[in-house]
Design a protein around this ligand. Structure first.
Ligand SMILES: Cc1cc2nc3c(=O)[nH]c(=O)nc-3n(C[C@H](O)[C@H](O)[C@H](O)COP(=O)(O)OP(=O)(O)OC[C@H]3O[C@@H](n4cnc5c(N)ncnc54)[C@H](O)[C@@H]3O)c2cc1C
Length: 1008
């Protein structure tokens, strides 16, 4: 395992050094772990034996399982019923209208084989006719005649009892599930219930957490601050000055205390969030109780450590032993973190509480690393590596006397092994921790009993859902210890297996989780981008750079000359074949990747795109080149044999058409420019490229890189100029096709120009604008909707053809969504796009801005301007993101190209009609749905034709080869860029038939 150099005790702690270890090589890190095992052979053997004994004992306990454990044992997440219940649990309680609640219940219940679960569980609640009876809220056995398939069962239940009863039952069932994990609706109720649990020996003490989705607005953050302050007050008063080690405490999520708790906003986090946290810490110190900072996503780690250091060294908190932090063993760099924490605790002079967890967001970390094109995952990819690393971290923590270690786990082996580590470190001053609703049987089996602190969420039903789903996922996963702990079918030897043995047997990263660059397998390497949560990566993109970093000196010809020159190159380039052309495209991809940093800066400066957008842009260009390289090899490898009659051979081959004109826009100055070129070239054409007049430097750089990658100059010619220059190119009789991305109006002009020419009729591949809608229903989660709307409508200052233009909100929940959306807009940073802290840059030019201003002026009188961010201080071409509520869809017919979101309130049960109104506008580019009802998503899809449909996510950011992109109707001609059908449109086909019988007969036939 790589380690960062150990810091000098008096030196400032270099938390950023941890980022150098974030994506360290897993195989090497595992080898280092195994070379220095946390337990010696004797301790290993006795830990495994104790773990097995714990499992056996826990299984023999009378009240061994809670409802949740029984429920998960029966339903898990590996069957349709478990997944259906999870979906229901996540959404049902927030649905305000009965009609939608009924639909949700019906849809989820109709997806499983419920009858198979009848009578299987040994918990009365789960067993009571399984979920079918939980639905009704009655605990009776399901009659035989109801033991049919799910939809039937459901149908009959509804018939017998009526929808309201079933609905009430389902709501009740979800509450029962929720109560397994949540201690109380408010802190007083939780304290009271907790005290009962302590009396009955199920817990020694608590750490309370306030439930909720992180703050999206300043108002949310204020609300959470009050909730945490009240909790500290109540817990503190009840603690009676026992001191933090034995009394109840509070755990805090920093994401609840600030709407922009992100590394890129660290300045604000330290300025605005820190004083809030300090206030809470001072209150906790006043009562001398514990206050721990929960661990969240890996991208936030370094920022939160810097904040924690400040707190730890705060003079007003001196001498208080309750300050705590949570660290995650699933991150590969945690031992280096512990080294720094040890220095901090020594510097502080008062012990720090440190809770070691494995980590709750493993799936999210994997997804983020893949989506963002990171070089690797920040976490281990195998459970065994996490388990062993946990023990190595435990040993490190126990070695530091100024740290009070807290071991949070529900895993019998982990508990047994930690006990041995503590014994060999000679420490008794530590505690175990578990989550409320989990691990009761495990800790009840330890003899003599050990102190256990229980982490207990507090909050109302409306807030518990995301937490509940996380726990369901955690417990239902088949890698989870809890999942098999109490399952008698799995032997204690397997349940409590020593993770060291597992890791020794399989010391390599998980074979099904290659690092993100290898996401698409051997044939196509995924692009990578810098990680803006890392300071060094931000600095690499902001340091001064000589313009020579991107090669750009280039001969630019006039349109006619350029076409003539490209003509001379066609035959040779076309003759090279797909494999050879693919090699050049791959070299181009590598060249782009190599010049990632200067290209990102150039894009930010010339096109005004934010740094993350610019990173995504470079990655997309790389992906296009690699994708079309594979396609060139696939489709242009040579003639393909077709079925033939005897005496004949028949083949089909594809080749280039001639000189293609590629006209691209300024809003994706590198990705679309490169993508068009790469496709045309892959198919064997030569190209005359005309980029937007606003972004010539980026185009020059890309063309130069193409040449450096081995593309002959007569295969690609750059022409710089405005629309008139493009017009000349299109009107030229010598061209063989046009690829165009831009406005619908210009596409029409090009189409007319092509039609008016004599000579061959050539293809036009056009990708134009959209009037993109997002339909939300009442099952959607408000915070997810707001996050995705902000990105879809305002990223790139709304200057993407895929950007969201019209948000359809249900009458029942529109107010709440709008309140959060408008509040979240206040937290956006508008400014210099080359600054990593900026969210939204300027509009491309004065003319575009003037058009947006005109639109706002009109809407102010015709509709209702709900909000526009004031950017008057910024001047230039900055334009404040705006939200406009329309009276009706009739008020908008055309794409408004900027950060202007239109909102329409509607009734989701009218989706066919409302969708038809949007469809009637004629566009069909991107379309979004936010709903937990698959039937609703289907209905939206049916009502609104669109090239790209996105469900429960943003509607921008199509990925090459994953979401082939392009629209229908007024939005484009197809085929889709970055898809398997794109290249043939750039090609000509030729069928070759040879009469082999002409030579006298067919030898194959005669040799049958
Ligand atoms: C008191 C307490 C406080 C907590 N606070 C936090 C917190 O602040 N932040 C936080 O993130 N979590 C927190 N957790 C949640 C905790 O991370 C999970 O409950 C814990 O990971 C489950 O581990 P286990 O030992 O109980 O179970 P096990 O079943 O032994 O381990 C499950 C864990 O293994 C890891 N894992 C699973 N599959 C893989 C794989 N293929 N590769 C790598 N790793 C894998 C994951 O971390 C998963 O959660 C807390 C838990 C407790 C008990």
């Amino acid at each position: 395992m790589q380690t960062a150099p150990a810091p000098h005790p008096s030196a400032a702690i270099d938390w950023d050094a941890l980022d150098a270890l974030k994506y360290q090589d897993e195989d090497a890190a595992v080898a280092a772990l195994l070379a220095d095992p946390p337990l010696d052979p004797a301790a290993r053997a006795s830990a495994a034996a104790e773990a097995r004994a714990l499992v056996t004992k826990a299984r023999s306990l009378k009240r061994r399982k809670g409802v949740m454990e029984s429920f998960l044992e029966e339903f898990g997440l590996s069957n349709a019923e478990g997944l259906a219940l999870m979906c229901l649990a996540e959404a049902l309680l927030r649905v305000p209208d009965e009609e939608t609640a009924d639909k949700l219940i019906a849809e989820k219940i109709s997806t499983g084989h419920w009858a198979e679960h009848l009578g299987k569980s040994d918990h009365w609640l789960v067993n009571a006719g399984t979920f079918g009876l939980m639905l009704t809220g009655r605990v009776v056995n399901l009659p035989d005649d109801l033991k049919g398939e799910a939809s039937e069962v459901f149908g009959r239940l509804v018939k017998r009892m009526g929808e309201p009863v079933v609905r009430a039952g389902a709501m009740q069932a979800m509450r029962i599930l929720g109560e397994q994990f949540v201690l109380g609706r408010n802190i007083d109720a939780a304290l009271k219930r907790g005290a009962g649990m302590i009396r009955s020996g199920l817990a020694s003490r608590y750490s309370f957490d306030m439930l909720g989705e992180g703050a999206r607005t300043n108002a949310d953050a204020e609300r959470y601050l009050v909730a945490y302050a009240n909790a500290i007050d109540a817990v503190g008063k009840a603690a009676n000055g026992q001191g933090p080690l034995t009394s109840n405490g509070v755990s805090v999520k920093l994401s609840a205390l600030h709407p922009r708790y992100e590394a890129r906003q660290e300045g604000r986090v330290q300025r605005e969030l820190y004083p809030r946290m300090l206030k809470l810490a001072e209150a906790a110190k006043k009562y001398d109780i514990g206050l721990a900072i929960d661990a969240e996503e890996a991208d936030r780690l370094v920022m939160s450590l810097r904040l924690f250091e400040k707190l730890a060294l705060e003079p007003s908190l001196k001498g208080w032993e309750g300050l705590g932090i949570v660290i995650q063993a699933y991150q590969k760099r945690t031992r280096a973190l512990i080294e720094r924490l040890a220095s901090l605790s020594r510097k502080r002079g008062t012990p720090i509480q440190t809770r070691l967890v494995k980590g709750a967001y493993w799936d999210g970390e994997v997804k983020r690393a893949q989506v963002m094109g990171r070089v690797d995952f920040p976490t281990w990819t195998t459970k065994a590596a996490t388990d062993v690393h946990y023990l190595a971290c435990a040993r490190d923590l126990l070695a530091v006397r100024s740290i009070f270690p807290q071991f949070a786990t529900h895993n019998a082996h982990t508990v047994a092994a930690v006990r041995r580590l503590a014994a060999s470190a000679g420490r008794e001053d530590f505690e175990f921790q578990r989550l409320h609703g989990m691990g009761e049987a495990l800790y009840a089996s330890i003899d003599p009993p050990m102190p256990v602190r229980v982490y207990a969420p507090v909050g109302g039903h409306e807030d518990l859902l995301p937490y509940l789903v996380r726990r369901l996922l955690e417990n239902g996963a088949n890698t989870s210890f809890v999942h098999s702990f109490l399952d008698d079918d799995v032997s204690p030897e397997i349940v409590a297996a020593d993770p060291m043995t597992t890791l020794e047997a399989k010391p390599h990263r998980h074979p099904r989780l290659p690092p993100p660059p290898r996401l698409y397998g051997a044939s196509r390497r995924n692009s990578t981008g810098r990680d803006l949560s890392i300071k060094a990566d931000r600095e690499a993109l902001t340091k001064d750079r000589a313009s020579s970093d991107v090669p750009a000196d280039l001969k630019v010809r006039d349109p006619s000359e350029a076409i003539a020159f490209a003509h001379t190159g066609f035959e040779a380039w076309n003759a090279r074949g797909g494999a050879e052309r693919g090699r050049v495209l791959r070299a181009m991809a590598d060249a782009l990747q190599e010049h990632h940093d200067p290209l990102v800066q150039l894009i930010a400066h010339e096109a005004g795109r934010g740094l993350q957008d610019a990173i995504d842009e470079v990655r997309e260009a790389v992906d296009f080149c690699r994708y079309y390289a594979v396609e060139a090899e696939r489709l242009f490898a040579g003639p393909v044999q077709l079925p033939s009659p005897a005496g004949e051979t028949d083949h089909l081959e594809m080749h280039g058409r001639g000189v293609f004109v590629c006209i691209s826009p300024w809003n994706f100055p590198l990705a679309i420019f490169t993508g068009q070129l790469a496709a045309a070239l892959a198919a064997g054409n030569t190209v005359v490229a005309k980029p937007a007049e606003q972004t010539p430097r980026i185009a020059r750089a890309a063309v130069k890189l193409f040449y450096q990658a081995g593309l002959p100059e007569d295969a690609l010619q750059l022409v710089i100029g405005d629309g008139a220059v493009g017009g000349k190119l299109v009107a030229d009789a010598r061209i063989a096709g046009v690829a165009f991305t831009g406005s619908t109006e210009v596409a029409r002009i090009i189409n007319r120009t092509l039609a008016a020419k004599d000579g061959p009729i050539v293809p036009l591949i056009a990708e134009t604008g959209g009037l993109n809608g997002l339909f939300v229903d009442t099952t959607a989660l408000k915070e997810q909707v707001v996050d995705d709307v902000i990105v879809s409508a305002f990223n790139s200052a709304g200057q993407r053809c895929s950007s969201l233009r019209i948000l359809f909100l249900p009458h029942d929940t529109a107010e709440g969504v709008l309140e959060t959306l408008l509040g979240a807009m206040d937290t956006l940073v508008i400014g210099d796009p080359a600054d990593p802290f900026t969210d939204i840059g300027p509009i491309i030019d004065g003319e575009a801005k003037a058009n947006l201003d005109k639109h706002i002026a009109r809407m102010k009188s015709e509709a209702k301007l709900l909000k526009q961010i004031d950017v008057s201080k910024l001047g230039g071409n900055f334009f404040g993101p705006a939200v406009i509520e329309l009276k009706s869809l009739d008020q908008i017919d055309k794409e408004v190209f900027g950060p202007v979101l239109h909102v329409v309130r509607y009734d989701p049960s009218n989706i066919a009609k409302v969708g038809a109104q949007l469809a009637a506008k004629g566009y069909g580019l991107t379309l979004g749905v936010h709903s937990r009802l698959e039937s609703f998503a289907e209905a939206v899809k049916k009502a609104v034709p669109a090239g790209n449909v996105y469900v429960n996510r943003t509607i921008v950011g199509a990925v090459v080869g994953v979401q082939p992109f392009g629209g229908a109707g007024l939005s484009g001609t197809g085929p889709k860029a970055g898809g398997p059908n794109y290249l043939p449109r750039f090609a000509e086909e030729r069928a070759i038939s040879v009469n082999i019988a002409a030579q006298g007969g067919d030898p194959h036939l005669l040799n049958l």
